[in-house]
Design a protein around this ligand. Structure first.
Ligand code: M6R
Length: 610
């Protein structure tokens, strides 16, 4: 959570930093700020002709944009910026980053949480430091000031300061004594360095640097350093420089109204990307798992750990592994698993699913499992992210950056990869060929659903006045129903609950009346008749029914009030189609209600705090 951007080079640093912040705004959007040097002058002198200008605004980045509209940064001098998701202190101007020391000499932006900030703040206040904000972050800038006062170089000051901090951080720091440099450090929160021609960048995510930097350094845990227009330094260990191949396209909406819609429409391609090079007539080949193939062949149980949408993908993964690979599989919420006393599970392999690869709870659960010596595998979208690095082996989604806070294309690509893994591990499955063939047909079937976009919009309009929804399904469609509720709640702010259809009459049916519409996932599959009975029970109680059904099913229209048809597929792959139908409904519902669906209230894309 929170986005950090920094620039040193020939260009106007303010423009570059604001551009990067725009691409990072998905990480947090309750306030924003920048620090740059300007010849016009501002709040404090750096001892030369240029002066440091600190501009901050509560609310979305557009507020800050208005504030800096007539400003420009002096080339070759450093600029940093931040977009915030509040953890400590309300999202107001004072609490927005950058934060400054007592003398407005050192400025700092931070992503993460300083766990020992109370103790540090108490000590610093006793030593005369004056705090302005309610944030944990401000402690660090005063601590830097305190250590710097002792006459050390700023490199040493940074090292000394980091030793005293407990918690997670990615920092961008400007010290007015060296206005051409941005110091940085990372531990537990992501940070990358971009390298251009005589220009250097700092960002929380590589997507912010698309089309600007040519090379990239994914900073490792504990690495720190500085960038200046003439070079950079990273310590304590040597950084690895890689090519950055992202184009600007990935960070743009391609003419569509929202990233969410763009990402929903990318799914035929992202599902293909997840399959590419991994599925052939010879079977499934998962290069990322080759290094652990021996260990994998001995695995007798699997456990999947994740949060949110990735957890819902895990629930579907469990059904895939049990049905296709005959491997007993359990699924846990990372936020629960990390604090539970777990019984010893011999021969268990752990799969950690995370789009961002940064989710704090998933990462903590992974670290805990690692200490117990189990095999750990990652299913991650963001290349080089913490979970990708910490797991022993893994598979990347190759879905491209997912900017909208609501996860869509990452979810279906997670499902695709889980299906591939299940096929790969299901050495004795007799239906493997049929399953594999069907998987290759999914992208075209997704296109047929996307063609019905207008129908979803009309449906959303029809049900717009309702405040409560229920989603029901059985087997694979139960976790799909849960994912449907998450999407709707997240971007529409209406109440939705997902129920295993067979559980309805054990309590939740009492909720149903003409004001509580119910989505049923009623594909023609092994539980079709059971679902029809559940629908009849709802209808008998005056409930309004919206069904997702298999194309060609004539019976369903006599029970449901509204039907959306999806192409026929094999039962294990129904979530790949049904979830996209539910994404489109949620998208239009949220938009019609007037919400910013890409940036839902109170949320942020990467949940890097507990
Ligand atoms: O990056 P991750 O997949 O680890 O994120 C987990 C959840 O925070 C995420 O899936 C969240 O639930 C989505 N915003 C839901 O759309």
């Amino acid at each position: 959570m929170c986005g950090i951007a920094g620039y040193v080079g020939k260009k106007d640093g303010l423009v570059v930093v604001m551009n990067c912040l725009k691409r990072l705004e998905y990480r947090g959007y309750d306030s924003a700020g920048v620090l740059f040097f300007s010849a016009k002058g501002g709040s404090a002198s750096n001892g030369q002709n240029d002066q440091a200008e600190l501009k901050k605004s509560p609310g979305k980045l557009t507020n800050l944009e208005k504030k800096v509209k007539n400003s420009c940064a002096t080339p070759l001098l450093a600029s940093i910026g931040h977009t915030r998701w509040a953890t400590h202190g309300t999202p107001n101007e004072t609490n927005a980053h950058p934060h400054a020391d007592c003398h407005q000499k050192i400025f700092l932006v931070h992503n993460g949480i300083i766990e020992n900030y109370r103790e540090l703040k108490e000590q610093l206040e006793k030593r005369g430091h004056k705090f302005k904000s309610q944030t944990d972050t401000e402690t660090v800038v005063h601590l830097l000031e305190d250590n710097y006062d002792k006459g050390a170089t700023f490199e040493k000051t940074l090292d000394l300061t980091l030793k005293k901090i407990v918690g997670a951080y990615a920092f961008g720091i400007i010290n007015q004594d060296e206005p051409q440099k941005i110091y940085f450090a990372r531990l537990g929160s992501p940070l990358v360095l971009g390298i251009g021609t005589k220009e250097y960048f700092l960002a929380s995510d590589q997507a912010a640097l698309a089309g600007m930097a040519k090379k990239i350094i994914y900073l490792k845990e504990g690495q720190r350093g500085w960038i200046s227009p003439t070079g950079f330094k990273v310590w304590p260990n040597k950084p690895i420089i890689e090519r950055l191949d992202l184009n600007t396209e990935v960070a743009q909406k391609s003419g569509l109204e929202h990233f969410m819609l763009k990402e929903i429409f990318e799914q035929p391609e992202t599902i293909k990307n997840a399959l590419r090079g991994r599925l052939s007539t010879n079977g499934v080949k998962l290069g990322g798992l080759e290094s652990v193939s021996k260990k994998l062949s001995k695995i007798k149980n699997l456990e999947i750990i994740a949060c949110g949408t990735s957890y819902n993908a895990g629930l579907i993964g469990k059904l895939l592994f049990e049905e296709i690979s005959d491997i007993p599989t359990s699924v846990s919420l990372a936020s629960e698993h990390r604090y539970q006393q777990i019984a010893h599970r011999p021969d268990t392999g752990y799969i950690f699913i995370s789009q961002s690869g940064e989710t704090a709870d998933t990462l903590a659960a992974l670290k805990k499992i690692k200490t117990q010596g189990y095999l750990t595998l990652g299913l991650v979208n963001v290349v080089g992210s913490a979970i990708a690095r910490e797991t022993q082996a893994g598979i990347y989604n190759h879905a491209g950056p997912e900017i909208s806070v609501a996860s869509t294309k990452a979810f279906t690509s997670q499902l695709t990869i889980l299906a591939l893994m299940a096929l790969c591990l299901g050495t004795k499955n007799k239906n493997k060929k049929e399953l594999a063939r069907e998987l290759t047909l999914i992208p075209n079937k997704v296109k047929l659903i996307l063609k019905q976009n207008d129908q979803f919009k009309a449906l959303a309009k029809k049900y717009l006045q309702f405040q409560n929804f229920m989603f029901i399904g059985r087997k694979y469609n139960y976790p799909t129903a849960l994912e449907g509720t998450l999407k709707l709640k997240e971007i529409s702010y209406v109440h939705a609950e997902g129920i295993a259809a067979g559980e309805l009459k054990h309590g939740s049916l009492a909720l149903i009346d003409p004001h509580f519409p119910i989505f049923t996932l009623t594909n023609k599959n092994s539980v079709y008749e059971k679902m029809l009975s559940n629908m009849e029970e709802v209808k008998a109680r005056g409930g309004k029914i919206i069904s997702i059904a298999t194309a060609g099913d004539r019976k369903i229209a006599s029970v449901a009030n509204d039907v959306i048809y999806v192409p026929k597929t094999l039962e294990p792959f129904e979530p790949l189609l049904n979830s996209i139908a539910l994404q489109l409904f949620a998208y239009h519902f949220g938009v019609l209600r007037g919400h910013d669906v890409d940036k839902p209230r109170n949320l942020a894309k990467s949940v890097t705090v507990e």
